[in-house]
Design a protein. Structure first.
Ligand code: AMP
Length: 220
């Protein structure tokens, strides 16, 4: 089973894909996490993408397609995976069938988590990340037990560079311009499950799961 989780930055792709991966026994592949890993490790790729990532711009299609192609060949993807943050452009969406064919996997459903821009802006203003272990918090929605300190490892929490207000606006604009067209494309293919992403996290998971189990996919 292969799922794609789509949604604007801050729509909840990360937390929903982790939960779905756990429930369905799939491997979660977050391209954002892979790229941040390269930056943290100072690899050649990390150095090349740092300015683009910090500005909230998309990294080049050929680079990200190569990264995903390699990742899905690993053993933990044999029985299926969830793509969180890929594809984000039409060129990436068009490269995906070739990548899947190499692994013998088939795309099952594209889940679009839909959240209005105003809600995204409110959510992103207050998102905190632990630079040491990657745990995420939010000053309003899921605050750490002690202000500014990671519950998991005790490190000082920071704001992700690309979560700063002006960068969030440009990430949203990029999402509407480059990524939204793919959602329409998958709608036309009959692979799309649209879910309202405003509200309780567990209720949103339940809506996705029941949609998947019922095989409900709405054309756009
Ligand atoms: P995310 O954690 O999914 O919000 O991604 C963080 C950043 O990583 C994005 O703003 C882009 O700079 C980069 N990125 C992640 N996935 C992709 C992708 N599929 N194509 C291009 N850039 C990506």
């Amino acid at each position: 089973m292969v799922l794609i989780l789509m949604g604007a930055p801050g729509a909840g792709k990360g937390s929903q894909s982790r939960e779905l991966a756990r429930r369905f026994g799939l491997t979660q592949i977050s391209t954002g996490d892979i790229l941040r890993g390269h930056m943290a490790d100072g690899t050649e790729i990390g150095v090349r993408i740092t300015d683009m990532m910090n500005a909230g711009e998309l990294v080049p299609d050929d680079l990200i397609v190569g990264i995903v192609r390699e990742r899905v060949r690993e053993g933990d993807c044999r029985d299926g995976f969830i793509l969180d943050g890929f594809p984000r452009t039409l060129a990436q969406a068009k490269a995906l069938p070739g990548i899947l064919a190499e692994t013998g996997n088939v795309l099952d459903t594209v889940i679009s988590i839909e959240v209005p821009d105003a809600v995204i802006l409110y959510r992103m203003n207050g998102r905190l990340v632990c630079p040491a272990c990657g745990a995420m918090f939010h000053v309003h929605y899921y605050p750490p037990r002690k202000a500014g300190v990671c519950d998991s490892c005790g490190s000082a929490l920071t704001l992700r560079e690309d979560d700063k207000a002006h960068t969030v606006l440009s990430r949203l604009a990029t999402y509407h311009e480059r990524t939204q067209p793919i959602i329409d494309y998958y709608g036309g293919e009959g692979l799309l499950l649209r879910v309202d992403g405003v509200g309780d996290k567990a209720a949103i998971t339940a809506e996705i799961v029941s949609g998947l189990e019922a095989g409900v996919k709405w054309p756009k």
